[in-house]
Design a protein around this ligand. Structure first.
Ligand SMILES: Cc1cc2nc3c(=O)[nH]c(=O)nc-3n(C[C@H](O)[C@H](O)[C@H](O)COP(=O)(O)OP(=O)(O)OC[C@H]3O[C@@H](n4cnc5c(N)ncnc54)[C@H](O)[C@@H]3O)c2cc1C
Length: 521
């Protein structure tokens, strides 16, 4: 009997979820084609001599029950304390009947999130709050000038055309210039003057200095819980060996259930017939160029590259132009193994080696290009070969493919990164034992330029009947892993039920409320 096939482009969270879901819920056989020699996409984990690097630090967190149960189906939750909690006598959140991370590898740890801002060699809570610590760190004079500038902004509200207007209206110019302007420019490579105000209303709507003030008064006078550190802390799941462990498990399960996952398989072009039905893809592999025919095609490759790979008749010129103009922000991360950190741990949280307890730190020092610093020891002690005597760091740089940072040699870039970290007194350069560099193109789909016309591109792609766009770059959407997975599930459901419209797939993470009050990567 003829069995239907689905080609899935990309072995990241979206592609692997789609394949797994096909196998579990349909009789369609999936074949995942992944360009890289590994699976996991941006959510992979790379292993450097026993020190494992998470590209960007991936919290597993979802509001969606289906996603949570899918994660648990693949990796059980933690039922006994992890190495560091055990040694330090720290409290852990355990699940009855869960796995013991000291005995087995397949386990989701339940970790505590701590992340702060580093500015003027001091730590501030994130998001910035009006705490006694903030007042102490900035000084009364600075606080006074922030307050005056806030009052000024409230009295003279600006027309909200740009992100700068949006932020000044809510925080005042002084606070905006201190904490938002330079960091936003670092992340997006554009000044907030060049970014539309709607970006702010989507991402940071719930925050303002006014609300922060009210919060401060409530806390100070006891109307609200919030003893300092609580706002920094929440919990998240994390595979013992980093996010890639889960995606490798997914790939193994897909193969066990009869699907295929081919790595080092780069999809280069599509064969589309006159009825706008894709018949096959051509793929570059080590064995040469191969053709894969199938009934359905699910793509998590970047929209710009998808449009390039489709032939002229498949996509109108206007859609092609929009796809070509979609902007991305690229990313470089440097893994540094060091003996110790210089900042002291003044929190009440105990850590191995008494290092600061942050999982990651936002670097606001204007003198460096470094954007964020990951401390992998605090994500999972099992990421680090010797977590008691060394600190495994991830230094994150936002850049554009081909720019000066991108083009520097690995050795030069590692030296530059280590020197930056030493210059802001986080490490002593003499303590660096080892460094690696990883480049991540198209890490962030950005919402500028032709993005405002993306609905026209979407309509043209939807016209290709058996093509389904899923995932982060696959939809050009600022998705977390769970959203990427949900787009994949929606696509499989739509195929299984014969639904013609693809709206459900595009609607995942499209509502404003999904973004509000929540921090993405
Ligand atoms: C710095 C950073 C931090 C993040 N932190 C978090 C977090 O804390 N929590 C969270 O949930 N999410 C986080 N994310 C988001 C998360 O990484 C993504 O949502 C997720 O990886 C998207 O999965 P995806 O499958 O859609 O895309 P990707 O992970 O990009 O996977 C797409 C895959 O397609 C492959 N591919 C592309 N083109 C082709 C082609 N032509 N042929 C074959 N294969 C191809 C790529 O190689 C890649 O493996 C973070 C992202 C970044 C950049």
């Amino acid at each position: 009997m003829h069995k239907r096939h689905a080609i899935i482009i990309g072995g990241g969270p979206a592609g692997l979820t789609a394949a797994y879901y096909f196998l579990k819920h349909t009789d369609i056989r999936p074949i995942v084609l992944e360009r890289e020699p590994f699976v996991g996409g941006i959510s992979r984990t790379m292993n450097f001599d026993g020190n494992r690097m998470d590209i960007g630090g991936h919290r597993f967190f979802s509001k969606d029950d289906e996603i949570l149960s899918l994660w648990r189906e693949l990796l059980p939750e933690q039922g006994a304390p992890a190495f560091d909690d055990k040694i330090l006598g720290r409290e852990s959140v355990l699940t009855d009947g869960g796995a013991n991370p000291e005995e087995v590898d397949d386990v989701f740890l339940n970790r505590r999130r701590v992340s702060r801002i580093f500015y003027r060699r001091k730590f501030f809570s994130y998001p910035i709050s009006l705490s006694l610590e903030t007042i102490r760190n900035l000084g009364l004079l600075e606080m006074f000038s922030i307050g005056m500038s806030f009052i000024g902004a409230k009295l003279h509200q600006r027309d909200e055309r740009t992100l700068e207007d949006f932020m000044i209206n809510r925080f005042g110019r002084r606070l905006y210039e201190t904490f938002f302007r330079d960091y936003t420019t670092k992340v997006w490579g554009r000044s907030p003057q060049e970014i539309g105000a709607d970006w702010g209303s989507q991402r940071i709507k719930g925050l303002s200095l006014g609300k922060t003030l009210i919060d401060f008064v409530k806390k100070t006078f006891g109307f609200k819980d919030g003893a300092g550190e609580t706002s920094l802390i929440e919990r998240f799941f994390y595979p013992k060996f980093g996010p890639g462990q889960l995606w490798e498990k997914f790939a193994a399960e897909i193969k066990r259930l009869g699907g295929e996952v081919l790595t080092s398989a780069h999809v280069k072009s599509f064969r589309v017939d006159a009825n706008k039905i894709i018949r096959a893809v051509t793929v570059e592999t080590a064995a040469g160029t191969l053709t894969f025919p199938a009934d359905y095609f699910l793509s998590s490759m970047p929209l710009t590259e998808l449009a390039d790979a489709l032939d002229d008749d498949a996509l109108p010129a206007r859609a092609r132009e929009i796809a070509k103009g979609l902007p991305y922000r690229d990313f470089i991360t440097v893994g540094l193994l060091v003996d110790k950190l210089l900042p002291q741990n003044h929190t009440k949280i105990k850590t191995l080696g008494d290092i600061v307890p942050d999982c990651w730190i936002y670097i606001q020092e204007p003198s460096v290009k470094l954007g964020r610093l990951q401390i992998f020891n605090n994500w999972s002690p099992y990421l680090v070969a010797d977590p008691q005597n060394s600190v495994w760091l991830g230094l994150e740089y936002f850049c554009n493919e081909g720019d000066d940072m991108w083009q520097m040699s690995d050795d030069d870039f590692i030296k530059f990164a280590a020197q930056e970290l030493a210059s802001i007194d986080i490490i002593d350069a003499a303590d660096v034992r080892h460094g690696v560099r990883v480049k991540v193109p198209k890490a962030y789909p950005a919402y500028f330029d032709t993005y405002e016309n993306i609905s026209e591109l979407r309509a043209a792609l939807d016209d290709i009947k058996n093509l389904y766009c899923i995932g982060r770059n696959g939809q050009h959407r600022y998705n977390n892993m769970d959203h990427s997975m949900l787009t994949a599930i929606a696509a499989v459901k739509s195929i299984a039920t014969g639904t013609v419209t693809k709206a459900d797939i595009w609607n995942v993470n499209a509502e404003k409320t999904y973004h509000e009050g929540k921090q993405n990567d």
